[in-house]
Ligand binder design. Structure first.
Ligand SMILES: Cc1ncc(COP(=O)(O)O)c(C=O)c1O
Length: 423
């Protein structure tokens, strides 16, 4: 069930693969961030890269969120979702001249600058357009976030941000720059971080450098601490939103600066599942079978890209009651089909022509048959946003459940949609 709506009914009505999101959980996660600040001044800039489906962006806007955009196209989605330019921070390691020009012309809240070259280009652009540009410097604090190497961004060897010594030198030139206004420091050390330590250290460093800048007379408006809070995909420990925000406030309070946060995964991941149908089951070895489902790396890239874990559960068929209540804590025990305890070891794989197209390795699940539907959990972030057309597979449909009702918020792509771009 998703908030009282049977997932099986959605799978039947819309077909599979389909993403299903809980509006209630999206709201709960956003509010948990907002409330965790207590009275401390802050702004939440939801990271659109995690999931920028228009209805989800709008839902978060209605709660008072602002956004972090990583490309001019995410800026455009933000605009169409109703965000004002001053609610947008623009980050990205390779912003093209056209993207920068668009952000400057629009007058976004800040452009988070990632290199000396980019700052020079921005200065030239500001002069050309006769605009004053608000910017932040993204510092690379050389902190090991101990996340997956593909999503660690805060080490000096990572491509992101400006190393601290270089940033200090660059900041010394900031006051003399024509038409550039330094409004903040920015730091983001990676994603899916499940220990507070690196996040706290990055915040502490940002506080130190910000305090220096304030002493030098820079009129900083806030400090931007990025995103990065991990979620528990496998039942392992992850800090709560309250613990995370509490730790950041503790580090920043001495500067008295408001905090900007850019959470993506920690808001959207738990609020979405990907439903897929079993296409085939065939023997793998003496002790396991392959369960081939109709979603794979084209719909959910994370397992193939990062060896990421997502819990997989068969969903009960309408009328059958699972042995666990629908509200059971997400302890990752698969639901059992009513009336049977039989389980089997499966390699759950997608239909894509790549051996890396494995959605779940070595999963003990209730015995599966073709046409069964499985839910791949915690897929609300970096799921549909990373989907592709490889093998000419269509982008999946997406559904939002809100107040006991559900609606399609993105229809399934058709082959005509794909070919419309081609001559
Ligand atoms: C600059 C920046 N801000 C925010 C985020 C969102 O991070 P997360 O989804 O881990 O909260 C990312 C993603 O890596 C990012 O690169």
């Amino acid at each position: 069930m998703c908030d009282g709506v049977p997932l099986a009914a959605i799978a039947t009505a819309v077909g599979t693969p389909v993403y299903v999101y809980s509006a209630a959980l999206l709201r709960d996660r956003y509010r948990a961030f907002d409330e965790a600040f207590g009275g401390y001044p802050h702004a939440l800039h939801y990271a659109l890269k995690a999931n920028s489906t228009l209805a989800i962006a709008r839902l978060l806007r209605d709660l008072g969120s602002a956004v972090d955009a990583n490309s001019v196209w995410e800026i455009e989605v933000a605009r169409r979702a109703g965000f004002e330019p001053r609610q947008i921070v623009f980050t990205g390691v390779g912003k093209s001249p056209a993207e920068l020009e668009c952000a400057v012309a629009l007058g976004v809240k800040a452009i988070n600058v990632e290199s000396a070259g980019e700052l020079a280009r921005l200065e030239a652009l500001a002069a050309k357009l006769a605009r004053t540009v608000r910017f932040a410097i993204r510092i690379n604090p050389d902190i090991d976030a101990k996340s997956h190497p593909h999503i660690s961004t805060g080490l000096r060897i990572n491509k992101f941000g400006v190393p601290l010594d270089e940033a200090r030198a660059l900041l010394r030139t900031a006051a003399a720059r024509q038409r550039l206004s330094l409004v903040a420091l920015h730091v983001h050390v990676g994603s899916q971080i499940t220990s507070l330590d690196p996040l706290r250290r990055a915040a502490s460093l940002a506080a130190d450098v910000s305090a220096d800048l304030l002493r030098q007379g820079f009129q900083l408006e806030y400090v931007d601490l990025g995103g990065g809070l991990g979620v528990s995909y496998d039942g392992g420990a992850a800090p709560s939103i309250a613990e995370y925000v509490g730790a950041l406030v503790e580090e920043i309070r001495r500067t008295s600066l408001p905090i900007v946060l850019e959470p993506g995964r920690s808001i959207a991941a738990p609020a979405g599942v990907l439903l897929a149908r079993v296409i085939d089951v065939k023997p793998r070895d003496a002790s396991s079978d392959f369960a081939i489902i109709d979603a794979g790396m084209t719909e959910l890239l994370r397992p193939a890209l990062y060896n990421a874990y997502h819990a997989i559960e068969p969903i009960s068929t309408p009328g059958a009651s699972p042995t666990e209540p629908a509200s059971a804590p997400p302890d990752r025990e698969p639901l059992r089909r009513a009336g049977t305890d039989a389980t089997r070891l499966y390699e759950v794989v997608g239909p894509v022509c790549e051996s890396s197209d494995v959605v779940g390795r070595d999963r003990t699940l209730p015995v599966l048959s073709p046409d069964d539907v499985v839910a791949i959990r915690d897929a609300g972030a970096y799921g549909s946003a990373m989907a592709s057309n490889y093998n000419r597979r269509p982008l999946p449909a997406e559904v939002l459940v809100d107040g006991g009702e559900w609606r399609v918020i993105r229809r399934r792509q058709t082959i005509d949609d794909q070919l419309a771009l081609e001559t």
